[in-house]
Design a protein around this ligand. Sequence first.
Ligand SMILES: Nc1nc2c(c(=O)[nH]1)N[C@H]1C(S)=C(S)[C@@H](COP(=O)(O)OP(=O)(O)OC[C@H]3O[C@@H](n4cnc5c(=O)[nH]c(N)nc54)[C@H](O)[C@@H]3O)O[C@H]1N2
Ligand SMILES: Nc1nc2c(c(=O)[nH]1)N[C@H]1C(S)=C(S)[C@@H](COP(=O)(O)OP(=O)(O)OC[C@H]3O[C@@H](n4cnc5c(=O)[nH]c(N)nc54)[C@H](O)[C@@H]3O)O[C@H]1N2
Ligand code: SF4
Ligand SMILES: [Mo]
Length: 764
Amino acid sequence: MSKSPIEKALTPEKFENLKTKTPPTNSVGFGALKASLGHANKYMKPLDALKVSLKMNQKGGFDCPGCAWPDPDDDRSAIGEYCENGLKAMAEEMQNKLINREFFAQNAVDDLASLSDFEIGKSGRLSEPMYLPKGASHYQPISWDDAFNKIAEHLNALDNPDEAAFYTSGRTTNEAAFLYQLFVREYGTSNLPDCSNMCHEASGSALSETLGIGKGSVTLDDLYKAEVVMVIGQNPATNHPRMLSALEKTKKNGGKIIAVNPLPEAGLIKFTDPQNPIKMLTGGTKLSDVFVPITINGDVAFFKALLLKLLEKEEAQGGVFDKAFINEFTSGYNDFISDLKTYNFETCLEASGVTFETFNEAFDLILNNDKIIICWAMGLTQHENAVDNIRELVNLLLLKGSIGIEGAGTCPVRGHSNVQGDRTVGIWEAAPQAFLDKIEDKYGFKPSVKHGYSVIESIKAMYEGKVKVFFGMGGNFISAVPDTKYSAQALANCNLTVHVSTKLNRSHLVTGQEALIFPCLGRAEKDYQKSGVQTQSVENSMGVVSSTKGILEPCSDDLLSEVAVVCGIAHATLKDRSKINWLAYKDDYNLVRDDIAEVVSGFEDYNKKLKQPSGFYLPNGARVRSFKTKTGKANFTSNKLPNWKLKDGELIMMTIRSHDQFNTTIYGLNDRYRGVFNERRIVFMNRDDMKLRSFDEHQVVNIKSEYNGVIREANQFKVVGYDIPKNCCATYFPETNVLVPLDSFAHTAKTPASKSVRVTITKV
Ligand SMILES: Nc1nc2c(c(=O)[nH]1)N[C@H]1C(S)=C(S)[C@@H](COP(=O)(O)OP(=O)(O)OC[C@H]3O[C@@H](n4cnc5c(=O)[nH]c(N)nc54)[C@H](O)[C@@H]3O)O[C@H]1N2
Ligand SMILES: Nc1nc2c(c(=O)[nH]1)N[C@H]1C(S)=C(S)[C@@H](COP(=O)(O)OP(=O)(O)OC[C@H]3O[C@@H](n4cnc5c(=O)[nH]c(N)nc54)[C@H](O)[C@@H]3O)O[C@H]1N2
Ligand code: SF4
Ligand SMILES: [Mo]
């Protein structure tokens, strides 16, 4: 009997061979270099590994397909401007094994679904378009033209364009993303869910409301010049490794670092720059001056405690708040202060789980400095009150006047290499009217002004039969989204699911009645078109747009670029209905950039500016104290303490990344910096919580979450005793996404609350 969509969506419940060691405090150094080069040489052609390591993140080279951390504007290391995980991302993308029609003929979809995510990823690069007909057990080859026509048929058969949803992951370049959203809008819908909905959406919501721009305000140079950098809810050693080189510079210039995290993450404590041979021998820099082991979701409480103490000092001695800044540039100060006064310091401190002593160390640094930068990632954005987390940190910066001056400001650290750029050029289910008006002016059609579906809304709509065609531009939707079982059924309810991908993943296996796989070029590959090898562009986490151009030969002749895929689909679907000459764009991407220059503000003279070796900065109001909010000022906000309570025996669980994965792509089975080897089905627990339940080390357990009366289960995990606050636990994403309720998401932003899942854990 064939497998159900749910069976195919779940990661197999099999154990590898767990080994644990005491976690190191130091990150990078020899271990990292060895790991990355080993990985690259194992999976890539040897010469390719060398070529990419010399060109990655260099001016005129190609942009690392890993995270969105910026490259230095000026000096770049000649040895290579990349990190261990950047090279792993590259090796994964350019692996020398190919998947073709023989592979799919030999392996039924059901059989592939029995593999672990690690095994699926290691099958190789996709090399030709494939089609899964209704009722078939195996994918079969299809020509590009037939595949385009197949999508066109499905899209044109829908009663309403809103019956299709078009997802984007964050690797898509500006050129491809702009054309993609343009096609979706001309087709007639705003259903553009993206990975950002699950990632920094809460940051975007909170920052737009308070500071008038949904992006961070600082540059790398600010980071070097800060007096205090708070790194909160973020694990840079794994997820943004080169950020540690920047923090090392901050320290060298006399800056202090506060790390706020339930886990004592390795790189936050100590770091050795692999590009610095002397440091590698002498043992690295101690990074954090204060480590604050906060309880999961204790952040609003922690910020409130800081705010209350600052207020107390201001009232006692004055000179703590930047009154001149507050008067001239902000709105809502009095309401904010009256609301703050309704809270009690001790209650807040207790709710944060932080001791008075540690709190005071952090507080002194905040009190005595003004050039403060706050950096954050998923530890703040994936909670029901995620927007409050970020609004509260903005309150702190506003009180101190720590915004729009050198060395101070907001730094949401973005995930995928171009997730920020995708949003800038229009991948947004709730795009501003001004942007839609520009599209109408330029192209002469009226885009739908109705807000489209975000990720969570798309899943519901598919489940309920309101969306019948799902299209994924990159990404691995089924493994990335919450509530795996419900979401699998949602996808299975579709008529057609389509994925543009570099590599095979679980989303190709949990399909609608019919499915298509479109294999595309990766970042490092040359994109040959009529006018020559194309250059594309991306925007990093600090708003710098720069060029990226592949250097390796494509791994197969049958790959198309994402731009060419969009043009092909748009042409086949819209035909004479279109006001746009779709096929012209793919011959010369300069034409796409000319259009972006007209439609998206900040991109004037795009083609010219892109030729500057380090790219160019987009305008950023918050950086210069020009706050484009509804009030015309930076807004203080009042935020409540979260009021959830754990039931007896419950723990709060965060789903996090190991050191050997990029989201749903599993590079390997180790989490070296946390001392875990050869296993991913683990749950990190406080040793007192283990004792209470009579759990041994490596105890085999099942995990249950209960939300609004619905129980979700994930079985077969091993317990690892860890330095994590009591009542908290941690597991890896995506193995436990099945436990994350679809209805538990950030207010306003709808980011799934995958860092605060209430669970019970029992022995098997
Ligand atoms: N190598 C690698 N790089 C990546 C990725 C990857 O998977 N692998 N993913 C990319 C993407 S898309 C993203 S979004 C980023 C993600 O980058 P991160 O946000 O660093 O990734 P997570 O593993 O989700 O880690 C969240 C951190 O927040 C902490 N945390 C969890 N809950 C709380 C909380 O309630 N309060 C506080 N203060 N801390 C908390 C966790 O202990 C952990 O250290 O990385 C990007 N870069
Ligand atoms: N429980 C839990 N769930 C989470 C998170 C969490 O912390 N906890 N984090 C969330 C976050 S922050 C994010 S960003 C999402 C990530 O969600 P996604 O972006 O959907 O997932 P990825 O794993 O990054 O996607 C990997 C796939 O992208 C394809 N790919 C890689 N490079 C390219 C390319 O250049 N072009 C194309 N077309 N395809 C490419 C490959 O086929 C690969 O299999 O997951 C979210 N889900
Ligand atoms: S820090 Fe991020 S962008 Fe830079 S090399 Fe590493 S993975 Fe790539
Ligand atoms: Mo992300």
